[in-house]
Design a protein around this ligand. Structure first.
Ligand SMILES: Cc1cc2nc3c(=O)[nH]c(=O)nc-3n(C[C@H](O)[C@H](O)[C@H](O)COP(=O)(O)OP(=O)(O)OC[C@H]3O[C@@H](n4cnc5c(N)ncnc54)[C@H](O)[C@@H]3O)c2cc1C
Length: 377
């Protein structure tokens, strides 16, 4: 058993941390307030993550964790870039031809007004026309709404087919019939999220990424195999970016508590301050081990669905609680926009929901523990 990072990984962590604190942290609040997409930074962060088809999962996990110390939205880009690598496998030629500029992040258009946690309910349709397809419907929670291309999930089979009747398509943002509407989000506002409406969008046959026609036996494999692989790994990255933002806050709070005096002594001397910090450090260390275990399994192509679900359920929620404790310890300025704690709290809060809410993660964990015959309701 080996718990340690290699010397090379430690040096890499240090390098990314320096970059995050020097280059990302100073503009963190301003980018969010002005909703400025960090394209220049994205290009530089790409160096730390690697190409989507050649991702080293542990290394990119370290990058995501450390980037979040500076700006969770920049780490979100790293997470999406690294996490989406299974989605790129076999889809490079379809997606690649639509990526012409510096922005190489593809949007994932899955969630719909009537299909969120229950993805089998997807209603967007893909109807055959000639040898291609015509897409109609609405996707209502697409991160990277500014992406040059989208992976759109649409129904090629019958509604009763559930998730088996769904295919995935590459759609460029320049396609005729696309309409966009941005949300007014609580956090991560430098990465636009919102609605993509599809009105008779034509897709050539070579841009059907996975799935088949309704009667094709290969349809049974379905695009959800790729999706699940993506989500399983991504949950560890989401955990790590929540940990990075929270650990940075905890480090700042420790320094503050040693400096700040009340009733004649540093507030670190009060158990009411030191104990929540000690508990938080313990939770973060447990959380970190779980995430790197999941990525270590992924690196070996081993099953990591359970570890991913555990990380996704537990970590963003626990980090929200820790950030709240840190805000209280920092006093009234912790609640202001002159410090980044409130922003980190808003950013991490969204990851309780994004990529599957906690109840769905617990459903997956329970299924593993009890078996499908005892599926909880
Ligand atoms: C920051 C952020 C980024 C996102 N990015 C994307 C993106 O890029 N692309 C994309 O397609 N989507 C994205 N999403 C959407 C996200 O994946 C969905 O919000 C999520 O899957 C839940 O869907 P819903 O919001 O429609 O909730 P619903 O499905 O309506 O569920 C509502 C509540 O009921 C609970 N619930 C549902 N079924 C059960 C059950 N069987 N048992 C117990 N509880 C249940 C859920 O857990 C949830 O709490 C993003 C969301 C956020 C917040």
């Amino acid at each position: 058993m080996e718990f340690g990072f290699t010397a090379d990984q430690q040096e890499f962590r240090q390098r990314v941390r320096e970059f995050a604190l020097k280059e990302l942290l100073p503009g963190y609040l301003e980018r969010d307030r002005t909703r400025t997409y960090p394209l220049d930074l994205q290009v530089r962060i790409r160096e730390f993550i690697g190409r989507p088809t050649e991702v080293d999962f542990i290394r990119s996990g370290i990058a995501v964790e450390e980037l979040a110390r500076g700006d969770l939205s920049c780490a979100f880009w790293g997470e999406a870039a690294a996490g989406s690598s299974p989605l790129y496998s076999g889809a490079e030629s379809s997606l690649g031809k639509y990526i012409t500029g510096d922005n190489d992040q593809v949007g994932l258009a899955l969630t719909e007004p009537e299909a969120g946690a229950d993805l089998g309910g997807i209603r967007t349709t893909a109807r055959p026309e000639g040898d291609g397809w015509v897409l109609d419907g609405e996707k209502n929670s697409v991160s990277y709404l500014n992406a040059p291309a989208f992976i759109v999930f649409a129904r090629t089979g019958e509604p009763g087919d559930g998730w088996r009747g769904v295919s995935a398509f590459a759609v460029p943002r320049t396609a005729n019939g696309l309409e966009f509407e941005e949300f007014d989000d609580l956090g991560c506002r430098s990465i636009p999220r919102g609605v993509v409406r599809l009105h008779g969008v034509r897709v050539p046959p070579e841009d059907q990424l996975w799935g088949g026609r309704g009667d094709d036996p290969s349809h049974r494999a379905g695009p959800f195999r790729h999706m699940l692989e993506f989500f399983n790994t991504n949950k560890a990255y989401i955990g790590l970016m929540s940990i990075g933002a929270t650990q940075q806050t905890l480090d700042e709070i420790i320094e503050y508590a040693k400096r700040r005096e009340a009733y004649g002594r540093p507030i670190a001397r009060y158990q009411g301050v030191a104990f929540p910090v000690a508990e938080a450090a313990t939770y973060l260390e447990m959380a970190r081990l779980l995430c790197y275990k999941a990525l270590w399994l992924r690196q070996q192509n081993a099953d990591h669905q359970l570890e991913g679900a555990m990380a996704k359920w537990f970590i963003p929620k626990k980090c929200v609680e820790i950030l709240n404790d840190c805000m209280v310890i920092r006093g009234h300025l912790g609640y202001s926009e002159s410090l980044p704690i409130a922003q980190r709290l808003r950013d991490v809060a969204g990851w309780q929901i994004g990529d599957g809410p906690p109840q769905i993660q617990k459903l997956m964990i329970s299924r593993r523990l009890f078996g499908r015959d005892f599926e909880p309701m």
